[in-house]
Ligand binder design. Structure first.
Ligand SMILES: C[S@@+](CC[C@H](N)C(=O)[O-])C[C@H]1O[C@@H](n2cnc3c(N)ncnc32)[C@H](O)[C@@H]1O
Length: 268
């Protein structure tokens, strides 16, 4: 099979075919476009057909290629972690805008693949970062990613704050599960393939925010910040929750215009 034929195999989406084929051949997309008559070896062809079959069965691309870009860097991904979303990059922008003093301690709850703490370490000098997640399998992925970028990050297995070192953090970040449980049927098929543990935030989607804003007060410096991703329609509820818990809050919009990241600080 040539590259030209492979890209048309089973009429799979053209862009997805390119991603899968460059993954199997370990070549840039430009190679595919300039070498249409290259004949795949037997093992390349088998590998590619396997990938296409998986995709047609509904497996998300990132779980096939084990790769997803976040803030300009490639991260290892498997089916035990949420696939990084572009809107989560806004958390990084907001934390960077805080111009943190040297040696600031940052805690990332619900860290999953570790994209948030690892990117913060890459982007900001002289900070200390801890990542925590309840899923040991997710933490394995986070550690692989931290190793790739040579980051010195402590990852902790913890049910929210339960086993997090009891210190005062300058920043607490989190992209917690926030989909209301009853929305599960309306999710895209690709999303349904992601771990339930990473998706659902209880009946109203706010279960984890209640813990973060409530218990979090014991872990936040007086002049510290929380930077939290929220669901596209959760601004009003988060505003109420912030007010009830004694925080000031501002929201930042994602590229689609949704209020997507909440920046909170204690109202003192
Ligand atoms: C929406 S994912 C976010 C992953 C990653 N931070 C990102 O932005 O791609 C939420 C993460 O919360 C973790 N999680 C779920 N319940 C938790 C709990 N009780 N305590 C700590 N982490 C939890 C899941 O394992 C999952 O990795």
């Amino acid at each position: 099979m040539t590259i030209t034929k492979a890209l048309k195999y089973k009429n799979i989406d053209w862009t997805e075919a390119q991603i899968l084929l460059s993954h199997v051949l370990n070549k840039e997309k430009l190679f595919l476009l300039t070498h249409g008559d290259y004949s795949l070896t037997e093992s390349e062809e088998k590998g590619y057909i396997d990938c296409v079959e998986k995709r047609l069965e509904g497996v998300p691309i990132a779980y096939i290629t084990h790769k997803r870009e976040f803030y300009g860097r490639d991260f290892y991904i498997n089916e035990n972690v949420l696939i990084p979303r572009p809107e989560t990059e806004l958390i990084i922008d907001v934390v960077k805008s805080l111009s943190l003093p040297n040696n600031s301690k940052v805690l990332d709850l619900c860290t999953g693949s570790g994209i948030i703490p690892i990117t913060l370490m890459q982007e900001i000098d002289n900070i200390e970062v801890i990542g925590a997640d309840i899923s040991l399998k997710a933490l394995e992925v986070a550690r692989i990613n931290a190793q790739k970028y040579g980051n010195n990050i402590i990852f902790i297995e913890s049910d929210m704050f339960e086993d997090v070192p009891k210190e005062k953090y300058k920043v607490i970040t989190a992209n917690p599960p926030y989909i209301p449980t009853h929305d599960s049927n309306s999710l895209d098929e690709d999303v349904k393939r992601e771990p339930s543990l990473a998706l659902y935030g209880g009946a109203d989607g706010l279960y984890f925010y209640r813990i973060i804003l409530g218990k979090g007060k014991e872990y936040l410096q007086e002049k510290g910040f929380m930077v939290l991703e929220i669901g596209y329609n959760q601004k009003d509820q988060i505003e109420t929750l912030a007010c009830e818990n004694g925080y000031k809050v501002v929201f930042f919009k994602d590229l689609q215009g949704f209020d997507r990241v909440a920046l909170l600080c204690l109202n003192i």
